[in-house]
Design a protein around this ligand. Sequence first.
Ligand SMILES: [Fe+2]
Length: 331
Amino acid sequence: MARPHIEPFVDRDVGFKKLNLPGFKKGVHYKMLSMDKETGACTMTVQYDAGFKQPPGFSYSEVEIFLQEGHLMIGDKRCEKGTYIFAPAGTSLPAMSTDEGCLALVFYNFGPPSFQESDADHDKADKSQKRTMVDSYFGMDWQVPTLFPQTAPGCLLKILHLDPKTFAMTFLYCMTPGFWQDNISYHDVAEEAYHIWGTSWMMQFGDLPTGGYFYRPAYINHGCFRSDLGILAIGRTDGDLHNYFHHDPFSTPEENHHRAAAKLARMKPALYQWILTNEHNHLPHDFEYPNDTYDTSGYDSGIHMHDDGSSHSHKSNGPHSHLNQKKKAKK
Ligand SMILES: [Fe+2]
């Protein structure tokens, strides 16, 4: 997943556009929150107009839908706000309709928005995961996070989806009124989040209100945090979320990379040593998943770092010179 760093962005500041891609029915409007310009993978706020109807069908991408406002009929089930749906790529969803209209958040994780009418799964549908639908507001309890190191007390989670191979995770989270956390975080993975309700403050990027969104590539500092009245939000990572905490507001993404690698060497020296020395250029192999390959040479984290600590995504900005950054670093 390579998308540029977008933070903060507030969807209330922009208007809806009509979604008129082939396959989609009339009555879908969207606000683009983030997009991978190479693959088309994206996250959107979506308005389904009153009277919208869609037959059974699938997307060529893994798709997640979170219902924020209104009602949505999925098959013969009337879904309330807080309904969360996970559909692996190529998995057919029942017919959808809404009489009064509804507002949703829609994630196309590996490809552009697509819809193919079909009441059966695609021949090559991803069978490694199951389609799920859950009432996240009333059908699940809040949990104290079991991720270590832990966030400060008052940040609670509901895990909506966990990819069994990558531990990529989609989750509802809340900050209770008066929440505060006095350290700085970064992760090895990209994370994105959307404020369903409420405002929180963060040292680097200020207030994020209702409708606020960020897409944050790995190793970018975020925090301290606080929220006076609390927030309700939905978040997603593209891999295993580890909280690296520290208190240096000036550490760069490069330094954060180094610190993460040092931590790996310290905590798992046998693995670290094996990665460094074992038959260079041979890809790791998992006997549990013999058909999977792990060639990360083309991985684009969505961010590129310079010596002066500035960072940006090459792929999103296109070819460019580094002269300015070098001059700046010499000053
Ligand atoms: Fe984070």
